[in-house]
Ligand binder design. Structure first.
Ligand SMILES: CNC(=O)[C@@H](NC(=O)[C@H](CC(C)C)CN(O)C=O)C(C)(C)C
Ligand SMILES: [Ca+2]
Ligand SMILES: [Zn+2]
Ligand SMILES: [Zn+2]
Length: 164
């Protein structure tokens, strides 16, 4: 089933904010903004959380695209392999942040490349305090799998509702 991070960290507020620092050239800005909005919506549909996008200033969840060394101790690995990573809740600025590997080809689904929406929904689960699930059909399972109509697994729902 689902897991949380050690010490079970959660946000101490439910009106969370996010900012998109930069954009991948693989998709137009509107599609990227929409993918992130829909990914947050998967979680706010089942937990008492709201997500508000800000154009600048301090936010809880900073989103960026980067390749190889991109400013933290977890360099990406080129095309394929690790697609993205995110940090759990906490008081440091990096807590909650989600980074996407720019060496991937980000798509709106189907075909080649990786669905930004699906990967973002997984990463935002981490941003909220969920670690990986042992259930293969769960969004928080550690390997990527494409689904045309992504739905949270009951295990994902149980996890987020345990936390908030
Ligand atoms: C296609 N490549 C994969 O399936 C790789 N898995 C990932 O990139 C995870 C993200 C997916 C699940 C969206 C990394 N992760 O857990 C971030 O929070 C490997 C399994 C190869 C590591
Ligand atoms: Ca990669
Ligand atoms: Zn990073
Ligand atoms: Zn993960």
């Amino acid at each position: 089933g689902y897991t949380t991070f050690p010490g079970r960290p959660t946000w101490d507020h439910t009106d969370l904010t996010y900012r998109v620092v930069n954009y991948s050239p693989d998709l137009d800005v509107a599609s990227i903004d929409d993918a992130f909005s829909r990914a947050f919506g998967m979680w706010s549909n089942v937990a008492p959380l709201t997500f508000t996008r800000q154009e600048q200033g301090n936010v809880d969840i900073l989103i960026q695209f980067g390749s190889q060394n991109h400013g933290d101790s977890y360099p990406f690995d080129g095309k394929n392999g690790v697609l993205a990573h995110a940090f759990g809740p906490g008081t440091y600025s990096i807590n909650g942040d989600a980074h996407f590997d720019e060496d991937e080809f980000w798509t709106q689904g189907g075909g080649n490349g990786y669905s930004l929406f699906i990967v973002a929904a997984h990463e935002f689960g981490h941003s909220l305090g969920l670690d990986h699930s042992s259930i293969q059909g769960a969004l928080m399972y550690p390997t990527y799998s494409y689904q045309a109509n992504l739905q949270l697994h009951s295990d994902d729902v149980a996890g987020i509702q345990d936390l908030y």
